[in-house]
Design a protein around this ligand. Structure first.
Ligand SMILES: [Zn+2]
Length: 128
């Protein structure tokens, strides 16, 4: 099952990142899931509960940040969310626009000790 392997990958990433916070308790892990990533959020939540059951991470909540498909217009530089497969630019009507996002499957954030959120940036985990 696709979602099960994703849940396992998230858990591996969580275990790796958790070493940075030996004193902290991780409350929540955020995953950015693109519209085109082919992931069923309901199935993923279900799999997450299954992989953390009976582990130290049982209380960690998985939050899914939905990321819609986006295109960018090369004529007017407008970036927009694609609805109903209509990729024409909503501003200038340009029909040829380029893909600009929506296939993400990334660790977005970790919430440590409820009131201390950390973002996962290019350099790893950093304070928000
Ligand atoms: Zn345009």
């Amino acid at each position: 099952m696709h979602e099960m392997s994703i849940a396992n990958s998230v858990l591996e990433a969580l275990e790796k990142e958790a070493r940075r916070f030996p004193q902290g308790r991780i409350a929540k892990v955020g995953l950015r899931v693109g519209e085109l990533a082919g992931v069923d959020p309901g199935a993923l939540s279900f799999c997450w509960e299954a992989v953390v059951r009976g582990t130290n991470w049982e209380a960690v909540e998985l939050e899914i940040e939905y990321s819609p498909r986006r295109h960018r217009c090369e004529r007017c530089a407008r970036e927009f969310v694609v609805k109903d497969f209509d990729i024409a630019c909503p501003d200038c009507g340009e029909a040829h626009t380029v893909f600009a996002g929506g296939d993400e499957l990334d660790l977005a954030f970790l919430e440590v000790d409820e009131d201390e959120p950390y973002r996962v940036g290019k350099e790893g985990v950093e304070r928000k």
